[in-house]
Ligand binder design. Structure first.
Ligand SMILES: Cc1cc2nc3c(=O)[nH]c(=O)nc-3n(C[C@H](O)[C@H](O)[C@H](O)COP(=O)(O)OP(=O)(O)OC[C@H]3O[C@@H](n4cnc5c(N)ncnc54)[C@H](O)[C@@H]3O)c2cc1C
Length: 401
């Protein structure tokens, strides 16, 4: 059986894979470019398919401690603020799917995965190790880092995120296409908006050329804000490119006063160009495979980036446990299980933009028709069931990849 796996990237997917492998008695070393893992990012949603993986990894108590359990989600019309429920959460999510729909500050989700990995293997995560080059032969993979150090392992997983160096080395340069849409992201302190804005539920504000998603994190102490806008003058895809409050306000001019209030109170509004990548036809070569955003980055419209990475980590570990005597087969098997689902999700997420930015929303009669047609609780439940119902713990592992 495979005894040792090297993972490039200590993000959500890399750490989930590390933990799933360690739990199965397979040794791991994780190489991360950051020199310290400080608090970065904003909100992240863990839908039942992702929470199920966290529970399987033994993180149920940590989830209870760090996650925020919303009561449900409502749509709001961009100009009138008219509200209507579209997704009950809380107990109903557990009843329907056997796992909760929760929200996290990314740093809290990341922190709980990191602590669990270090508890299972102290010293598993090597910081300041930015992968530069790699090579493989019939026995293993040799990795060279920017600091001049090297490491070897029988197998290697590239979990190095959206701008993956491993993907670049295996498959050549990336060709993302700009969607014509950018996102504002940020956190709002609860005390600045208390009384006016719902801090126990999630919201989706729908408009003709933009929409906003909000949800509480840190038990309602912060509200996460993502505002997606049709516009073509911002082309940088980055988690830490800051914009200004004035620019963000200009993008939501004419929207309801509660939207203006939220925007004015975002601590730092970050800008992110929404890029789309065609699903990869393959992402495994010999003893190397990819995982998470490195092989299936997605637009945020279905909130599945972290959830797919969590699913990947567990399925990869299950394949290596089941077919560890033939690691090449195990990796191909993992890829063949994950490719169709992740391609469906990334495609569906790209199609969702037409559902959330819709010209019918410009006038009140059109808006009413549109909300009833697209955002009734039953339509939403039918649209999302295949995503939330997926169970990475039990999905059948095919033996012929
Ligand atoms: C700093 C940061 C902040 C984020 N904030 C949010 C957020 O607020 N909301 C949200 O929904 N998503 C956020 N994400 C993205 C989200 O975590 C991912 O979309 C999703 O969880 C998939 O996880 P992943 O493990 O594939 O990628 P990521 O979680 O992005 O992890 C990739 C990891 O690989 C490391 N890495 C990259 N290149 C190399 C290299 N050459 N050598 C070694 N290590 C490397 C990165 O530093 C990172 O730690 C953020 C990602 C990052 C890196």
């Amino acid at each position: 059986m495979t005894q040792h796996v090297a993972i490039i990237g200590a993000g959500i997917g890399g750490l989930a894979a590390a933990l799933a492998l360690l739990r199965r008695g397979i040794d791991v070393d994780v190489y991360e470019q950051a020199t310290d893992l400080k608090e970065v990012g904003a909100g992240i949603q863990t839908t039942p398919n992702g929470s199920r993986v966290l529970l399987e990894l033994g993180l149920g108590d940590e989830l209870q401690r760090h996650a925020t359990f919303s009561k449900g989600k409502d749509t709001y019309l961009w100009n009138t603020g008219q509200k209507r429920p579209f997704m009950p959460l809380g107990e109903q999510s557990v009843d329907s799917y056997g796992a909760p729909y929760v929200t996290f500050h990314r740093a809290d989700l990341h922190g709980m995965l990191l602590r669990a990995v270090l508890q299972a293997k102290p010293g598993a995560v090597h910081l300041g190790r930015q992968l530069d080059a790699l090579s493989q032969d019939g026995h293993g993979v040799r990795m060279r880092f920017v600091d001049g150090t090297e490491a070897t392992a029988p197998l290697m997983v590239g979990a190095d995120g959206i701008h993956s160096r491993v993907r670049q080395i295996l498959l050549g340069p990336d060709k993302p296409e700009f969607t014509g849409c950018m996102a504002w992201r940020g956190l709002i302190p609860a005390e600045a908006i208390q009384g006016a804005i719902d801090l126990v539920g999630g919201s989706m504000w729908l408009g003709p050329t933009a929409h906003i998603v909000t949800y509480p994190v840190r038990q309602g102490k912060l509200l996460n804000f993502i505002g997606m806008v049709d516009q073509d003058n911002w082309l940088i895809e980055s988690w830490n490119a800051a914009g200004t409050t004035e620019e963000c306000l200009a993008d939501f001019a004419g929207w309801h006063p509660h939207v203006q209030l939220m925007v004015r109170n975002i601590t730092i509004p970050y800008k992110w160009a929404l890029m789309v990548r065609a699903p990869l036809e393959r992402w495994t070569e010999g003893r190397i495979t990819l995982l998470g955003d490195a092989c299936h980055s997605t637009l945020p419209f279905l909130s599945q980036g972290a959830n797919m990475a969590l699913e990947d980590g567990l399925i990869l570990a299950r394949c290596l446990q089941a077919y560890g005597d033939d690691p090449g087969h195990a990796l191909r098997n993992y890829e063949s299980l994950r490719r169709p689902r992740t391609a469906n999700i990334t495609r569906s997420s790209a199609e969702q933009v037409r559902r959330v930015h819709n010209p019918e929303l410009a006038d009140p009669a059109g808006a009413q028709r549109y909300i009833e047609r697209e955002w009734g609780q039953q339509q939403v439940e039918e649209r999302y069931r295949w995503i939330y119902g997926y169970d990475a713990r039990t999905v059948e592992l095919e033996s012929a990849a």
